[in-house]
Ligand binder design. Structure first.
Ligand code: ZN
Length: 132
């Protein structure tokens, strides 16, 4: 759904102007994330590859109540995953992929310059307002 300017302003302030997920302060460029994805159809364009169409496979999820304000990196990474799937995906980056796939991260880890925390992944909106 196309949000009005007022709806976008209200949505941006849903968590005090912060990304619902990582908690960074939102600037001018941010996305209205569908918490439960609308899932868009894919089409193959020769010479380009797979692209999403504007066709929604779950249009019932296209409501303001199902939207969170998100920074571009969070929205892009979450893509059409559910919150729990995305949470597990982030844990997988930390527990499996980071030290396996990044030589730089392995060096920084060996030199004690980065620390990998095994704490649960908690989204900003889950703790927003809890200790204020
Ligand atoms: Zn974010």
């Amino acid at each position: 759904m196309k949000l009005t300017k007022q709806q976008r302003t209200d949505l941006k302030m849903k968590f005090g102007g912060h990304c619902a997920y990582c908690g960074c302060e939102l600037g001018d460029k941010w996305h209205a994330d569908h918490i439960e994805a609308v899932k868009r159809d894919l089409e193959f364009i020769p010479g380009v590859g797979l692209r999403t169409t504007s066709e929604m496979l779950r249009p019932q999820n296209d409501t303001l109540e199902n939207m969170n304000p998100a920074c571009v990196p969070c929205n892009t990474n979450k893509s059409s995953m559910s919150l729990e799937m995305w949470r597990r995906s982030i844990e997988h980056y930390r527990d499996v992929q980071l030290l396996r796939d990044s030589t730089h991260a392995r060096h920084l880890h060996r030199f004690g310059l980065i620390e990998i925390k095994s704490e649960p992944v908690v989204f900003f909106f889950e703790k927003y307002g809890a200790s204020a």
